[in-house]
Ligand binder design. Sequence first.
Ligand code: PA5
Length: 480
Amino acid sequence: MNTEPKNELCCAEKEALRIRVDYNNMLSDKVGANGISAEELAAVKPRLVAALESANAKRDSMRWRDLYKTMPPILDSILEAAAFVRETAENFVVLGIGGSALGPIAVQQALRHLHHNDLGKAVTGSPRIFVEDNIDPERMAALLDVIDPEKTVFNVITKSGSTSETMAQLLIITRILLDRFGEEGVKDHLIATTDKEKGNLVGIAKRFGLRTFVVPDGVGGRFSELCPVGLLPAAVAGIDIRALLEGAEYMDGLCMNAEPERNPALMLAGLEVLAMENHGANIGVLMPYADSLKYIADWYAQLWAESLGKKKPSENGYLRFGQTPVKSLGVTDQHSQVQLYTDGPYDKTVTFIGVDRFRTEVMIPHAFDEIPGVAFLSGHTLNELINAERVATEHAVTASGHMNKTIMLPVVNEFTLGQLLMLFEMQTAFAGELLGIDAFDQPGVEEGKNATYALLGKPGYEAKLEELRSSAAKDAKYVI
Ligand code: PA5
């Protein structure tokens, strides 16, 4: 595998690959009374400027934002581990969940062949890649039916080193590896990605002498795609991880602009917050028109939901924040959800993601020229059709008075995807500042983790088990 740095893009090339944001259709000029007015936009400007300043002041604690600066010194070790996997393995299996899985899934889907695992190593140069983010027993059994551990490298990813799902998967896999290869052989089949000192995986990695990568401090799960959590799986797939980081750096530069109209993440955050606060938009639909970006919507859903879904004590109890993200895929979901996005309630915004140039072109050939109702399609391309359908849906949603906006990628590649990841991360951070909440904790997720520990008898969780039992006893009369 070539680990030499590729040439950096020049300024003009970067500018040509810049992601564009069109937010005209969020405004009342376009969608009517339900849209954001020029007065609202003017009034929110001082809040946007303040949010930018406070996010910049907190930069030291937002280390995910600096990964493009802090990762380069370890890229060689990531590429070396990736080269080992590419040489020795037929399968690469990520064990992780939430922020330790959604980024890898999204980036793999975006940047490798859509049928990567079916093409075979002879064509891709890379092993088959699986990201196992659920603990459905049938799924684990099915995985074990199709991989040979002898030809497999597993990458266990958990920042905390304690998440029940990931540790259960690790136990299953370690047992298999120990039985097949003995204590000494485990290190050839298992790579760990975790905190530098906290959690159980640190000790496990030491015991077996595993290759280990660190999730840096200040990089929470859902903000971790551009550290070894995502970079190693990406490198195994042959994705250019330096260009991913370059894209993130470029977008971070744009997101430092003090003028909200020139700062895409700040403007997107401001529009969504206004939509939530003043227009009842409790739902935010993300609808990429590209299969390669389908799982960006899953990654974004976690980022937006877990970061902004918060409560703050108030005089009358709690103030509650957040917007429910909905994942949608163009054009597929035009035939499932767009009826709701047009004629349904004014409780949502829709964000379309479009692609100017797909990486391939598929012609629609002539075959039924005698049937005008079908023949009009012939001579066009699927590329034209998918983009025409996106424009048509934007029109229908706008005409029905629903706020929407469009993020355009010139092409899907490492540089534009790095930009997109950073754009959404920064949008989320700015929205947290605007709402006055901590976007970087997840007490609700921790509560669920603790209840699981209690139910399965983890020492130290006896009081939590008692709490669960007494609440279950009270609920008994409502069970049919
Ligand atoms: O964003 C987060 O912090 C969470 O979603 C975590 O990524 C998820 O709970 C998995 O945690 P861990 O990586 O510690 O296993």
